[in-house]
Design a protein around this ligand. Structure first.
Ligand code: ATP
Ligand code: MG
Ligand code: FE
Length: 335
């Protein structure tokens, strides 16, 4: 297959051409971060407007860089959700128009399936496997017996880990999105605060990060009230150690219980250096194959959507022109 894919679920306008689910012919990502920064987060209406302005150019550029005309394509794929509804609809409408104009099948793709399949852009997935999704809106452990089979074995009960990163960044005075800044600072700090690790009940693969987030906020507040100096680097490091401890412990427990030999890590927080290093050493010790996408494929992009769409095409998973955006889609039921 040669698939044109489109992703506009949040604040990147992205289009890509991917052959056979792994060979990237082009990958265009236009980020809106500069526009949202001054608000300290993504403003949905601003995001939609930017997508409208940019989408046509992004699609044209993706085709041009791939040296591809519509006649050479097998299908057009688009993120159907979850995401910001107004933002999703821009990509969906562009995909519908393209599909109609060039008589191509339309493939709706789950955004989180996309994050998981970003790993396929570098290597084949070996089933059964466990995938840890750590992004701005999701923290989930997923068991996959085969392609497109997703069983959620654990998920966050409150904040997503990316959300916690962004919140912590904000209270220590770092710009949005804060994850990469906290990551960078943590490399110069020490784990002096010993923040709580929330493992929940014995045997649970669920997560909870709101207690950790509150602990960071309260600690900063108390120190400032007493006029004590706090080293931002140490706060960043202590927060990151707590998050990484819990994420890696639960994931490695799942890898053991489900007897898998391949672990995928995916989503924006998979770009985190502390998390990557810890997983690298744990997987080496336990003889587990580890895949983490290249940094640019951890955060939102359209190539990952094309990677999933290749398999959906084999299953005739096509949408009609009444496809709508959805801000919630159960990943277990989406195929
Ligand atoms: P979702 O995929 O759940 O819909 P999203 O698309 O907004 O959410 P992503 O683009 O996958 O999220 O990831 C963005 C998140 O990743 C942000 O919270 C950002 O702070 C975080 N992030 C990016 N790089 C790093 C890093 N190096 N360390 C920690 N967090 C990071
Ligand atoms: Mg983003
Ligand atoms: Fe995402």
């Amino acid at each position: 297959t040669v698939i044109l894919s489109i992703e506009t679920s949040c604040d990147e306008t992205a289009a890509s051409v991917v052959r056979n689910g792994s060979e990237i012919l082009s990958n265009v990502v236009v980020s809106q971060i500069e526009s949202h920064k001054r608000f300290g987060g993504v403003v949905p209406e601003v995001a939609s407007r930017h997508h409208v302005e940019t989408i046509t150019l992004v699609i044209e550029q993706a085709l041009e860089e791939a040296g591809m005309t519509p006649e050479g394509l097998s299908a057009v794929a688009v993120t159907e959700g979850p995401g910001l509804i107004g933002a999703l609809l821009v990509g969906i409408n562009a995909a519908k128009a393209f599909s109609f104009a060039h008589d191509l099948p339309l493939i709706p793709v789950h955004h989180i399936a996309g994050h998981i399949y970003a790993n396929q852009l570098e290597e084949e997935l070996e089933f059964p496997l466990v995938a840890l999704i750590v992004s701005g809106g999701h923290t989930e452990l997923i068991y996959m017996e085969d392609h497109l089979s997703f069983e959620v074995i654990g998920e966050t009960r409150d904040d997503a880990v990316g959300e916690a990163y962004d919140k912590v960044a904000r209270v220590i005075g770092l710009p949005y999105p804060g994850g990469p800044h906290v990551d960078r600072l943590s490399r110069e700090g020490a784990d002096t605060f010993d923040f709580p690790r929330s493992y929940l009940e014995q045997g649970s693969y669920d997560f909870s990060f709101s207690g950790l987030k509150s602990a960071v906020i309260n600690t900063l507040h108390n120190h400032r009230q007493k006029g004590l100096e706090v080293k931002k680097e140490d706060v960043a490091k202590s927060f990151q150690e707590s998050a990484v401890d819990v994420l890696t412990k639960k994931t490695m427990d799942a890898v053991e219980e489900y007897e898998v030999k391949h672990l995928l890590v995916a989503g924006g927080v998979a770009a985190n250096s502390g998390l990557r290093q810890r997983f690298e050493s744990l997987c080496r010790e336990n003889d587990v194959k580890l895949s983490i996408p290249k940094l640019k494929f951890c955060t939102d992009n359209a190539a990952m959507i094309g990677a999933v769409a290749h398999h959906l095409y084999q299953k005739d998973h096509f949408a009609s022109l009444d496809l709508n955006g959805r801000n919630f889609i159960d990943i277990e039921l989406f195929v």
